[in-house]
Design a protein around this ligand. Structure first.
Ligand SMILES: O=C(O)[C@@H](CO)OP(=O)(O)O
Ligand SMILES: [Mn+2]
Ligand SMILES: [Mn+2]
Length: 555
């Protein structure tokens, strides 16, 4: 008989939550690096242990629609908080739709700042951000609305610093966004209004580093956007075409930087959009991890990550506040979701010791995102970061899975922690490269890590919930929307896919302690936000009232 476990005393050992980043359940095995991988441990888990599917995309994680794929921010927020909040993508879209974004002080100050300018001249309003409709970090429709409103407010000059995506959208789709946008800007540039793309580059080359992994990337972005240094082109369309010719085979996210210039007869180019005293700058990304370093570069008085050469005196705003604890930045156009009563806080208040570990690329996912976009620790939390390699990850698909496993085993053996969590980045970070072979190895590295970690959980008398935040390696080729078959390039090869997927993710209960008494309940709505209560249930703790239900069953 199945019954609710409100009186369940909990397992005696620790509960471990293992996030296999980017591990979805494929809708078609063709193109799934997960199905192609040799993974005896995962195969055994699926064959022998209770497992269900969880929704990890769309409205189940607070995205505006079920057309939106999942991502690490919304996924880890939902797992860590046990609740679903309307996320940045939805909050910004709503604030634009109802016009409240324009009434806020932040926007008014940005407009006033740009109009006031400096040295008797009005300033330029700059927008920096990810230039696509991926809706993971940004949406180009938000940018469009910002530019239209800037003109309506009487701003004269707008400059856009466009980070090319190819990671949340098809890998060489930059021109699908740039060509229409440059036409839109040109059509809008009448009556003394002048809006143009001024600089840009691939998001994995400049500006959008995260978690202090690679500050030189941010320095390169600063030189491009602020100082106007880099290869010059007449417009962004020409830049993308030119850079692709110069770097054949390079996908959008990895393209180098470019600067748009006006050329004199002698061929000398003058950048059209350097950032100067009296200008205003809006970072139109709503997601925080890759927005914090460039934000710091603008707002920090005390700054030592790179030589800024010149720090313009600008009015700066983020689309959202990216870190509530650090108040970064102070000025923001839309309030972020007020994520409260997370599992980190709840377990801390219950007096439990918690351990969180990942490598740099995902470290903030199991700490900052997990705790509701707060950079501070709750009492009793220990965090361990394993430094990530600084290489294209198709060259090292094993990443730091072994070292994360070492750290988790040591934490388990210490006997100090009742709740542990880790993130294996491999399926996601290698999945984003579009390299199928490397992605199968990434999954194999995770499988090997699990084969070492699970015995340490047994030894501690614990249980594990093995899951993922969203899919990625489960779809390494673009699939035709109707047939779900891989689509082909002109030469017959499959079109590589670098983005996340809409697929559900597994939740496996690794339990060798209850004698088969525990199971998982599959419901239609089961999603990532059910994990926190399931952990509480396994610990024999009451869940927080605000959390979605546990999916644990007792037989
Ligand atoms: O790399 C990133 O920034 C995103 C994709 O845009 O991936 P994830 O959500 O897995 O961090
Ligand atoms: Mn992820
Ligand atoms: Mn990802």
């Amino acid at each position: 008989m199945l019954h609710k476990l409100s009186t369940f005393a909990g397992v005696s050992g620790p509960v471990v939550v293992i996030i296999m980043d980017g591990y979805g359940i494929a809708s078609n095995k063709a193109g799934s690096a997960i199905d192609a991988a040799t993974k005896p441990t995962l195969d055994r888990l699926f064959a022998q242990f209770p497992h269900i599917r969880l929704r990890a995309h769309g409205t189940a994680v607070g995205m505006p629609s079920d057309e939106d794929m999942g991502n690490s921010e919304v996924g880890h927020n939902a797992i860590g908080a046990g609740q679903v909040y309307s996320q940045g993508a939805a909050l910004v879209a709503n604030a634009i739709a109802d016009g409240s974004i324009w009434q806020g002080n932040a926007w008014q100050e940005i407009v006033a700042g740009a109009k006031a300018g400096a040295h008797g001249k009005p300033g330029t309003l700059h927008f920096i951000g990810l230039f696509s409709d991926g809706n993971v970090h940004s949406h180009i429709d938000h940018l469009r609305a910002l530019v239209v409103q800037a003109k309506a407010e009487g701003i004269n000059t707008v400059r856009i610093h466009a980070l090319l995506d190819g990671r949340d959208v098809p890998e060489t789709s930059a021109l699908d966004y740039i060509v229409p946008f440059e036409a839109f800007l040109q059509a809008l540039s009448t009556d003394g209004f002048d809006a143009r793309i001024a600089s840009g580059g691939g998001r994995q080359t400049i500006t959008m580093d995260r978690y202090d992994a690679n500050w030189p990337m941010v320095a390169r972005g600063w030189r491009t956007h602020v100082l106007g240094e880099g290869p010059q082109f007449a417009n962004a369309t020409a830049a993308v075409i030119g850079l692709r010719e110069m770097h054949p085979g390079t996908i959008d996210q990895d393209l180098p930087e470019f600067v748009i210039a006006e050329f004199e007869e002698n061929g000398h180019g003058k950048p059209i959009g350097t950032i100067e005293d009296g200008d205003a700058v809006v970072l139109f990304n709503f997601r925080g991890d890759r927005a914090l370093e460039i934000t710091r570069s603008f707002v920090d008085d005390d700054f030592s990550h790179f030589d800024r050469v010149r720090r313009p005196d600008v009015s700066y705003a983020g689309m959202l506040q990216y870190d509530g604890d650090l108040q970064l930045p102070k000025r923001f156009l839309v309030s972020p979701p007020a994520i409260k009563d997370t599992s980190g806080e709840w377990f801390s208040k219950s007096g439990l010791a918690q351990f969180a570990c990942s490598e740099t690329q995902k470290f903030g996912h199991v700490t900052y995102f997990w705790n509701g976009n707060r950079s501070g620790k709750f009492e009793g939390e220990t965090w361990q970061e394993v430094p990530s390699d600084l290489v294209p990850f198709e060259q090292r698909p094993w990443m730091k899975a072994a070292e994360i496993t070492d750290a988790m085993i040591a934490a388990l053996q210490s006997g100090k922690y009742q709740v542990l969590r880790c993130n294996y980045a491999n399926g996601d970070m290698v999945g984003h490269t579009g390299n199928f072979r490397a992605a199968t190895m990434a999954i194999e590295a995770v499988d090997l890590a699990l084969s070492r970690l699970l015995p340490a959980i047994d030894a501690a008398g614990g249980v594990a919930l093995i899951t993922a935040d969203h899919g990625n390696a489960d779809e390494m080729f673009e699939l035709d929307k109707k047939t779900r078959q891989p689509t082909q390039n002109e030469n017959g090869s499959f079109k590589a896919k670098t983005a996340h997927t809409l697929n559900p993710v597994p939740l496996i209960l690794y339990d060798t302690v209850s004698g088969g008494k525990l199971g998982l309940q599959q419901t239609d709505s089961a999603g990532l936000s059910n994990i926190a209560a399931t952990v509480a249930n396994l610990l024999g703790l009451q869940k927080h009232d605000k959390w979605d239900d546990s999916v644990l069953q007792i037989k």
